[in-house]
Design a protein around this ligand. Structure first.
Ligand code: PLP
Length: 420
């Protein structure tokens, strides 16, 4: 549309996986309930978790505070009792010594990334370009659409470590990682959507140190991390540093509809983002913030994350791995990413004769939906073949569906190999 601005044109395109999601949604609508949907990013509604959110909402409704929460504007930084609950919780559990000024609540963590990267990246006051550096891709496709200038994205391919005959792990290529003044911010998810990778504490420390040397902020997307939703299957730590912003989300802890993201970091980094948010959206929904305050203050959110949410997906992951071992031919080259966290499995098929998108199409014909891997490589040089050899498999389906889906996936992959 010629009436649209340059930015308008860019933002009217569906970025990365959202374009695929549209195709998936249309596909699923056509076939009724016959599909095996291993594509969904929407978390499972777990009974104990939903009951907790329901109870805190009912409690709130019975109090005079309810009117204030619903019928009054709040402050852009966030709803006071939630800021207090976050400060108390993180000081108690992690000894961070933070105050309210170190916390910013946004309508979901996605909007924090949008605000923050455009505060730190793009043209600076001297007209110099500052890039958003993704130190390891594949990573969350939502990062593909958050920069106002698309060309400001700089993404680094990982090193690949094979572990045993059918497992691998991505590592940030620290030999290649150079952080200089041209970098505006560094961003990565940990645990990672789509791979389930958890960059190690030492690797994080290296990245943070190199960024600190040139005064570059590091934004760590903790949408799947401890303490909530606690979707981690290996030990990991959260470390406070003067150039790090930790971003937590309640979306995978049962509250995606209410849009509550919690950023914790140095005050000077959060302040500009807070102003951006005030300009763009005033503040996040206070109903979500008010029930989140209660769930964090009581410790129940962290407890249910550890005792209900984490085991739910971990069990599914174990079934998926067993199904792969059972169904996939041992002699074929296939590798699952080491299961370290999040709610996905990531499959790499190095010698697959067809592309990830073709595999997606062929699987659809057999009634199975997965997510092709290539959209998870935003900013990647298109010539790197690895990006067309992976698919993401969601753990939100039932165990039976996961097992059936893996069996069909194995047949389709075998057929693709045997045709060449
Ligand atoms: N970051 C990652 C890695 C995600 O997977 C998602 C959602 O799927 C988000 C951020 C967005 O989360 P929110 O609902 O908090 O905006």
């Amino acid at each position: 549309d010629p009436r649209l601005s340059h930015l308008g044109q860019r933002m009217s395109r569906l970025s990365g996986v959202r374009a695929i999601n549209k195709d998936i949604a249309e596909t699923l609508q056509k076939g009724g309930s016959h599909w095996i949907d291993l594509g969904a990013g929407n978390p499972v509604i777990l009974p104990g978790v939903e009951a907790m959110w329901r109870r805190y909402t009912q409690e709130l409704m019975a109090e005079p505070e309810f009117g204030k929460v619903l019928c009054r504007y709040g402050v852009s930084q966030g709803y006071g009792p939630l800021l207090e609950a976050v400060v108390d919780y993180f000081n108690r559990e992690y000894g961070w010594g933070i105050t309210r000024r170190n916390v910013l609540i946004t309508p979901g963590s996605q909007s924090f990334y949008f605000f923050a990267v455009n505060v730190f990246c793009g043209r600076d006051a001297d007209g110099q370009r500052r890039t958003l550096l993704l130190p390891l891709i594949p990573d969350y496709t939502g990062y593909g659409g958050i920069l106002i200038e698309e060309s400001d994205l700089q993404a680094m391919p990982p090193t690949i470590e094979k572990q045993g005959s059918h497992t691998f792990k991505y590592r940030p290529d620290l030999d290649q990682l150079q952080v200089d003044k041209q970098v505006g911010a560094i961003l990565f998810s940990r645990p990672c959507n789509p791979t389930g990778n958890v960059i190690t504490d030492e690797e994080v420390a290296q990245i943070v140190q190199r960024a600190a040397a040139v005064d570059v902020p590091v934004i760590i997307d903790s949408a799947y991390a401890i303490p909530f939703p606690h979707l981690t299957y290996v030990p990991m730590n959260l470390t406070w540093a003067e150039n790090v912003i930790h971003c937590f989300s309640l979306s995978k802890a049962g509250l995606p509809g209410e849009r509550v993201g919690i950023a914790i970091g140095p005050e000077h980094l959060l302040q500009s983002v807070e102003c951006f948010q005030a300009n763009a959206s005033i503040h996040s929904s206070q109903l979500g913030q008010a029930i989140a305050a209660r769930a964090i203050r009581s410790g129940e959110l962290a407890k249910l994350s550890e005792q209900v949410i984490r085991p739910h997906y971990h069990k599914k992951m174990e079934h998926l791995q067993a199904a792969f071992a059972r169904e996939f031919p041992q002699e074929l080259p296939w590798f699952l990413h080491k299961a370290e966290g999040a709610l996905f499995a990531w499959l790499w098929l190095p010698d697959l004769p067809i592309s990830d998108r073709e595999l997606y199409q062929q699987l659809k014909q057999q009634g199975v939906v997965v997510v092709p891997g290539s959209p998870f490589f935003p900013g990647m040089d298109p010539s790197w073949s690895h990006q067309y050899q992976c698919v993401r498999i969601s753990l939100t389906a039932s165990v039976e569906q996961i097992e059936q889906g893996v069996a069909i996936l194995s047949q389709v992959v075998e057929q693709a190999h045997s045709r060449t």
